[in-house]
Design a protein around this ligand. Structure first.
Ligand code: ATP
Ligand code: ATP
Ligand code: MG
Ligand code: MG
Lengths: 252, 252
């Protein structure tokens, strides 16, 4: 039984996709079997791994036209497979209107393949709509990438409220697995203030390892590579390897 | 008759709100009468100006429960008024299902007050859903903040496709007013590559003035101040004043 992790935060550009790609690939390097599911119609996780999203992809799985196993592809990175997406995924918002149990489509789709992986990561779009709710209904835990800036902190209470709603109506096992500070710059008061505030709110759930702002992380996706393959000596690669180890330790 | 400008880009965290607040407040300093409408349920433009969104706000205007004039408030910044939003705005997605002419609600709401302003800026959420489409149907032009990074460029063709659809079905006058490069760091190849690519795609529509990455821009919203009021000597303030002048020149 895989541990299913939703990477969600409705604030845009906080590092959800960057964390999805680099944490899952780091766990692959640590010899775990990992599946990354791109639940964002932007398809950034798909493109960032150098994959294409020819049919069948997640849209077809969510509307029952294909099985998850038909849409999953291997990547050239150790231990990592991907279930890709593209713009067509937007269509689920329309397909789901008035549909009974729309929230559980992803959960049921993943059921069939979850014995083949240790971890399944779900990269979310910047919203709290149908796709993100589907991931929260399917997940054992949510991991919240939190950009160390003002607006990112503003949206947290809304995200927590959504998690509480999903816990009471759809998925009582869903836990807040952790808060990961991203684009952290310890030279600025802003980052330190946000970190202190996040710890006040979430206490021990804030990961000790932070991901620093590092241009190599922004360059890697244009080469279709996770950071460990793009530049293993970079601060970004060191950070995500440390985050992966802390992630495993917190689970133990 | 005001010029209505939509600040849209479905990619998250590219500087839509930062541009909405700082371009509109810079135009206010240049003695224009400006209204900023927060069309994002996150309410970042509202909070970033230090405003609150007690009812009536944009949700009530969009569903016909209040007039725009009832929801507009003055700010303490010269020439700038705001039509605020909060989380409740998410409700329009449900209200609009099956509703005739849902796309034109914002356009009709703004009709009544557009003679009181020179410019009306519409800050969009990170999506191409109902709210963004409403802004494109109401706008004379779209201004696209483009983060100088890989994923931001990826999403551009989808955004342009949406603009073309709105031009043919809803609003033939809608133009692509300009592309503004944000968080630009001229020391990195990534920024230069993205700028070159944007110019190939959009030619003369790419603003000559770029907004550099500047921590003061990220600090200002936590004080509820536009950059010109927070730190007028900062690179961020100088940049947005130059962008405001170029914006006016391009219109002339
Ligand atoms: N630690 C970092 N240092 C430098 N750049 C980063 C870092 N993390 C992410 N980035 C860059 O910042 C931008 C935003 O990150 P990313 O796209 O992962 O965020 P997101 O939350 O997935 O965005 P969206 O809300 O659009 O899905 C990207 O261009 C990415 O390459
Ligand atoms: N030029 C800049 N230099 C430094 N920080 C910036 C700059 N522009 C924006 N920021 C910061 O980057 C983050 C993202 O910017 P912003 O929230 O304006 O983007 P957005 O496109 O409105 O995001 P969303 O997609 O969530 O609406 C914010 O924390 C903001 O303060
Ligand atoms: Mg993403
Ligand atoms: Mg915004």
């Amino acid at each position: 039984m895989a541990t299913v992790v939703s990477l969600a935060n409705q604030k845009g550009g906080v590092g959800k996709t960057t964390t999805a790609i680099n944490l899952s690939s780091a766990l692959g390097v640590l010899e775990k079997r990992v599946l990354l599911v791109d639940c964002d119609p932007q398809g950034n996780a798909t493109r960032g791994l150098g994959c294409r999203a020819d049919a069948p992809h997640l849209y077809h799985v969510m509307v029952g036209e294909a099985k998850a196993a038909d849409a999953i592809r291997p990547t050239k990175f150790p231990g990592l497979s991907v279930l890709p997406s593209d713009r067509e995924l937007v269509g689920v918002e329309v397909e789901f209107v008035g549909r009974e149990d729309w929230e559980k489509q992803l959960r049921w789709a993943l059921r069939e393949i979850d014995d083949q992986y240790d971890f399944i990561f779900l990269d979310c779009p910047p919203s709290l709509g149908h796709l993100t709710v589907n991931t929260l209904a399917a997940a054992d835990m949510i991991l919240v990438p939190l950009q160390s800036e003002y607006y990112a902190l503003e949206g947290i209470s809304e995200l927590v409220a959504t998690v509480r709603r999903v816990q009471s109506h759809l998925n009582p096992q869903l836990e807040i697995g952790g808060i990961l500070l991203t684009m952290y710059d310890d030279r600025t008061n802003l980052s330190q203030d946000v970190a202190a505030e996040a710890r006040r709110f979430f206490e021990g759930k804030v990961f000790k390892n932070k991901v620093p702002r590092n241009i190599r992380l922004a360059e890697a996706p244009s080469h279709g590579l996770p950071i460990l393959q793009y530049d293993i000596k970079s601060r970004g690669a060191i950070a995500y390897l440390a985050v992966a180890r802390e992630f495993l330790k917190r689970l133990a």
